[in-house]
Structures are given as C-alpha cells and as structure tokens.
Design a protein around this ligand. Structure first.
Ligand code: S3P
Length: 429
C-alpha cells in the first residue's frame, strides 16, 4: 500500500479546468451503446477504473469496443448481440457496473457470473436482486443473493409495478433495463427523485420512457439505435474543486463543461446556502445540461441538509463535511443512511478521518453533525480504499496546518485518474 504526503497549506488556486467525464453517464453510454444497433461514438468518456470495468464486462459479453485517446467506439448488435461470457464478469469496485448489469443480464438467454472486489462483496445486492426475481429472474448468490459473486441464468421477464424502498438510481436503472426486455409495461415509483441519466439515455438512443409524478414507466420489447454521446464533466468530481476554491485563500477556479443535470446539482445549492461566492452559467444544450461554474474564496456558514436534497448530493457528502469544518457554526446532515452502504461506510470513514485532522464532528444514525470553524492539522489518514474519501482528504491539505500523509491514494483513479495533476495545475503559490 502506497502513502502520499500532501502539503498544500495556504496555497492559492487559480485557473480554468475541465474535469473528466461523468461516471454515471460514462457507464450508461457503454451499456446503451452495446445494446443498440449500430455504432455509438462516445466523447469525453471517463477512463477511470470503474468505467473501464464496464467496458471489460461488455467485451466479455461479445461486444466490440474500440478505444482511442479521444473517443470510445461501441459496435452494438442489439440485445441479441450479447453472448454468453466464457469468463467471470468482474465489476471491480463499481456498484453501478454490478447493479445495472444485473438488470441487463437477468433477461439475456445465457448463464453469467458477476463478481467484484472486497468492497463490492459487502454491498447489498438484494435491493436489485429482489425486484428482478419478482420479474422472473433467476439469480443466486451468497446469503440468498444478497452479496456477490452472483450467478445469473437469464430468463423471460414479466413487467412489474415496483415501489423503491430506497431512493437509488442504480436500483431504478437495473429495473428499467429489465423492464425494457420484459413483457408489458413496468412502473417504478421513487420515494424521491434520483439521477435520471438512464431515462435520458433511453430517449437519446431512440427509446421511450414516461415520467409521471414519482413514477417512471417503460414498455418492454424496445430496441435502440447507436448514436453520438458527449459525456459532460462529472459534477461529483468538480465538487472537490468547488470546495477547494471556496476554502483556499485568494482563489478563483472556473470549471468548464460541467454536467448540470438538476438531479445532481445539490452541491451547488448547498454552497449557495453556505454563502459561497459561486456563479453558474448554463450552456444552451439538448439532453444533459452542461455549463460553467465559477467559485471564489468564500466566507462559509453552517447549513442543515436533509430530505429530497440528499439524493441530489449523496456522493458529495464527504466533501461537504470538510467544507462544514471551515464554515462558521453548526452543520447538520440527516436522512443520509445510504452513506453506510457506499464504497465504505461513509458516515464512519468521514467522521473518523476528519477527527484525526482535529475536526469537531460526530456521527449520527442517519448522517453527521459538524461544528465549525476549526483549524485542521496534518496527520496520517487513510482513504480506506474509497476514492471520494481519498480526494476529500487531499483537499483537506489546503486548510490543514502541516502535512497530511494519505494512505492508499491510488484509489482516486477509480473516478478521477488525473486528480493530482489537475490540482497541481491550479496551484499558484
Ligand atoms: C449512481 C447512483 C448512486 C451514486 C453512485 C452512482 C448511478 O448510487 O451514489 O455513485 O450511477 O446510478 P445509489 O443508486 O446506490 O444511490
């Protein structure tokens, strides 16, 4: 295990940056490209480890995928173009690959086995397996199908009316993929709106999906047509630089071509509520919203976060916790139990690691409470193998006195391989 020393105390950050492509959209572009008829060309694809796992799985399923520096080209042959893999499909650290693939494989007429790394092996898959089994899927795994490895015997699926017990775009998307192959009309009811990239992509690839209130409705038997996809910058990656720009002295960062899908922009709303000097300019685009975000050094104040906002910023809570340590007053994050089943238990890992840096922070049943503003100081900390914890701790080095020794920083490549280069490029000491 590697260790990295990061000392950025009092650095000024200045400049323009285009963060890598959105992780959720990158995964889905490979999936729809593989299921469509004809060629799909993807630009600004995220070549992070998670999305490369999705490419690897679809190659094992018989789909031709070419990679160049600029583009990924997927040669889809429709649903029938997928063939039985002779090898195990390994999703690595990627929950999106595992869960969405389950929805696709459940209806394909062959046998497949899906595994992931140690973290994936602990994450609940029954939330996807249970509705798929109700649709007629045959999936077996450890603990009655709760954990990977999972063996799938594809079968004919029937449609379902399903109320999601948790607000999860991965579960919604898995059922959508199954519903697209099923007999009849599938209706999914969400407790709260979650990211809608799958729905947007169904339409982009020539399919049909209806949103009515909290219901998402798809008809089975749909086919798709290959198309060109531009993947906007990942707002979940941009979030680390939004926080960095707000906290570092005399700084201004301009983030270009960032995805601004309203189901993902909770971090912008929270920064505004915290009193940040932030400006958003939306471009005129069709499909996924894209724009420029400018952030400057800010005087921040504590906030209360909960309810419908949570799914719109679920992956940003680690970096929001760090921001809260630098905000005047108390920040309360509630309704975020889902953090416990992310790449790590992010309530525990955020609280434990920030405490090591001297933060006043406490875990609660469904979130955390942070008391600011506190002077952080360098210490030995760990990413716990979680990319977003690693990036949050690296950004903490901007406001901590002394050196942060970050264990296992290489995990950051799961979602942001050029994170440290991008950070360096903005530093104007
Ligand atoms: C994702 C959905 C979210 C998110 C994850 C990516 C997706 O997970 O945390 O990083 O691409 O659909 P849940 O569906 O578990 O909320």
């Amino acid at each position: 295990m590697k260790e990295m020393e990061v000392e950025l105390t009092n650095s000024r950050l200045n400049g323009r940056l285009e963060v890598p492509g959105d992780k959720s959209i990158s995964h889905r572009s490979i999936m729809f490209g593989a299921l469509a008829d004809g060629k799909t060309t993807i630009r600004h694809f995220l070549k992070g480890e998670d999305c490369l796992r999705t490419i690897d799985c679809f190659r094992k399923l018989g789909v031709k995928i070419e990679e160049t520096d600029e583009e990924i080209i997927v040669y889809g042959n429709g649903w029938e173009g997928l063939s039985e893999p002779v090898d195990i499909l390994d999703a690595g650290n990627s929950g999106t690959t595992t869960r969405l693939l389950l929805g696709i494989l459940a209806g394909r007429p062959f046998h497949s086995v899906l595994i992931g790394d140690e973290s994936i092996g602990k994450r609940p898959m029954d939330r996807v397996v249970a509705p798929l089994v109700k649709m007629g899927a045959k999936i077996n795994g450890r603990n009655g199908g709760r954990f990977t490895p999972l063996a799938i015997d594809g079968s004919k699926l029937n449609s379902i009316q399903y109320e999601l017990p948790v607000a999860s775009a991965q579960v919604k998307s898995a059922i959508l993929f199954a519903g697209l192959q099923a007999e009849g009309e599938t209706v999914i009811t969400e407790p709260q709106p979650t990211r809608d990239h799958t729905e947007k992509m169904i339409e982009q690839f020539g399919g049909e999906v209806v949103r009515r209130g909290n219901d998402i409705i798809v008809k089975g038997g749909q086919s798709f047509k290959g198309t060109d996809v531009y993947v906007p910058g990942d707002i979940s990656s941009a979030a680390f630089f939004l926080a960095a720009g707000a906290m570092a002295p005399e700084s201004e960062i301009i983030l270009e071509n960032v995805g601004l899908n309203p189901t993902r922009t909770g971090i912008v709303d929270v920064l505004i509520q915290m009193g940040a000097d932030i400006h958003v300019q939306e471009n005129n685009t069709e499909g996924e919203e894209v724009g420029t975000i400018t952030i400057r050094t800010s005087n921040l104040k504590g906030v209360e976060i909960g309810g419908d906002l949570i799914p719109r910023l679920i992956d940003e809570i680690p970096i929001i916790a760090l921001l809260a340590t630098q905000a005047e007053g108390k920040t309360v994050i509630r309704d975020a139990e889902e953090l416990k089943v992310k790449e790590t238990n992010r309530i525990d890992t955020v609280v434990d690691e920030l405490k090591k840096l001297g933060a006043e922070i406490q875990a609660t049943e469904d979130g955390m409470i942070v008391y600011g503003k506190s002077q952080l100081s360098g210490s030995q900390v760990s990413s716990h193998g979680d990319h977003r914890i690693g990036m949050m701790l690296a950004v903490a080095s901007l406001v901590a006195k002394g050196t942060i020794e970050l264990e296992n920083p290489e995990v950051i490549a799961i979602s942001y391989p050029s994170f440290f280069e991008d950070m360096k490029q903005l530093i104007k000491k």
